[in-house]
Design a protein around this ligand. Structure first.
Ligand code: GLY
Length: 462
């Protein structure tokens, strides 16, 4: 974990945000796979981790904004736990590591919350996403589970988003550690991209690299020769010479900070001319995205500028037609680039997505766009120094989407459907880097995973 002062300072920042009453931060518990004691790998709740730092099960933190006190609730281990799990640190000692003096048995949380409600003071909580915490909050607050999300504290959400959006130097260092592991994962995947290899063997090998790095993957690995399916977790196929293999994968650091990279390589190591032409467009889009990323610009404007690069490149190849700006205004690029340019990244790969994208990615000035494609942009608002974001343009040929647009005559002024038909079985290409918004611009985090087509071919060919 970080130094005690890191957690004390974060809670202090939150206390300076003008809230009254108390805030509950529910930690996570183990989640069973198939019976109670056979659990998935434990993952702590990220906001709990951010403010209370303790990476184990069965805890809740409370901040009292009126008195300035912090509380930790949890149960000390008994002899049975120690027999199975080994010697354990007492709760009080753990609490001291994150600067919390007041700690009590978990059941006391119920008394504290009941007393706060009786006093007529506000109880803030963040939107819960795990069943157990929903049940706990329902019991604590008397709010039915189905109403918990809409009753979560917008004031607390906004305050937490404000603080967590700006990464501290220690957090950036952690993200760079996750990037170093991510680099190894991707270069290994490239080297393994040979005809006859099972996709799962590559996915499993690079997942092993993440685990061997001490963390776990930041999200389930996406690896497929059907890269036109954006989140393809099916790794069942055997690699075939000349196919494109998309790998979208990242690791968590020991302190649970994420990396998230995507690379696309030709199986066997040689891009066809068609593949290279599309690849060069996505690469130009990616480079343009990084070049435009700086404080004060909206990521929505970067997304749209990147969409113009994509539409312009596709027009040169005869796949799109007409005025490029007009095509992007009409959303025509989205048949090929149907997702957003990127998202915040930090303790979560989609950082703070549990708190609500509307608060993380948008504000009063920049509102979400309701147009197919751009509607999936998770981050649209003005960039600030300290934001860590992904830059992940792509071009995909999705047969079902092509057919739908063609049959429904969508954007026929801008798309040359006859030419598109020649690319029907192309698959997809996505290229993703993680970038830090600096005081003057941006920089790619970690050593950049090889991205230029010649270097990719060289690595795959070995
Ligand atoms: N890299 C996976 C995602 O952004 O959803």
């Amino acid at each position: 974990m970080f130094e005690k002062s890191t957690y004390e300072n974060r809670r202090k920042k939150l206390k300076n945000k003008g809230l009254n009453g108390i805030a509950i931060f529910a930690g996570n518990i183990d989640s069973p796979m198939n019976y109670t004691d056979n659990t998935y790998h434990f993952r702590q709740d990220s906001s709990f981790l951010y403010f209370f730092g303790l990476d184990f099960q069965g805890l809740a933190g409370v901040i009292d904004f009126d008195s300035g006190e912090d509380f930790l609730f949890g149960d000390d281990f008994d002899i049975a736990d120690i027999i199975w799990m080994g010697p354990q640190v007492p709760l009080k000692e753990n609490a001291a590591k994150v600067g919390v003096e007041k700690c009590s048995a978990f059941s006391k949380l119920f008394e504290l919350v009941a007393e706060t409600i009786k006093q007529g003071r506000k109880v803030h909580y963040l939107p819960p996403y795990r069943g157990e915490n929903k049940i706990m909050l329902e019991k604590l607050l008397g709010i039915p589970i189905k109403l918990l999300k809409e009753n979560a504290s917008v004031q607390l959400i906004k305050a937490v988003v404000d603080i967590r959006s700006i990464k501290e130097p220690g957090e950036i260092a952690e993200i760079e550690k996750a990037c170093a592991t991510g680099y190894q994962m991707h270069v290994t995947a490239m080297k393994m991209a040979q005809p006859g290899v099972w996709e799962q063997k590559i996915a499993g090998t690079i997942e092993g690299i993440a685990l061997a790095g001490g963390g776990m993957t930041a999200f389930p690995i996406i690896l497929s020769q059907n890269g036109e399916t954006l989140h393809n977790h099916d790794h069942s196929k055997i690699l075939k010479e000349g196919n494109l293999m998309v790998t979208d994968a990242g690791a968590e650091s020991l302190l649970h900070y994420a990396s998230d990279f995507t690379r696309t390589v030709p199986v066997g190591g040689k891009f066809t001319q068609k593949q290279r032409e599309i690849y060069e467009i996505v690469l130009a889009a990616n480079n343009h995205g990084t070049a435009l990323t700086k404080p004060g610009v909206t990521y929505l404007s970067v997304h749209l500028a990147v969409a113009e690069i994509i539409a312009g490149g596709l027009k040169e190849l005869g796949l799109m037609k007409g005025d490029v700006k007009e095509a992007v205004r009409n959303g025509a690029h989205a048949m090929f680039f149907p997702h957003g340019l990127g998202h915040m990244m930090g303790l979560d790969v989609h950082d703070m997505e549990d708190l609500g994208q509307i608060y993380v990615g948008y504000d009063d000035e920049v509102r979400p766009v309701d147009q197919f494609g751009t509607a999936y942009l998770r981050l649209g608002r003005k960039l600030q120094p300290g934001f860590v974001i992904t830059n992940e343009p792509g071009i995909y040929f999705i047969p079902a989407l092509i057919d739908k647009w063609k049959n429904e005559k969508i954007n026929t002024d801008f798309i040359n459907f006859d030419k598109v038909n020649e690319y029907r079985n192309f698959g997809g290409i996505r290229l993703e880097d993680d970038i830090l918004v600096t005081e003057t611009g941006s920089r790619i985090l970690g050593e950049r995973v090889p991205i230029y087509p010649d270097e990719i071919e060289k690595i795959v060919k070995g």
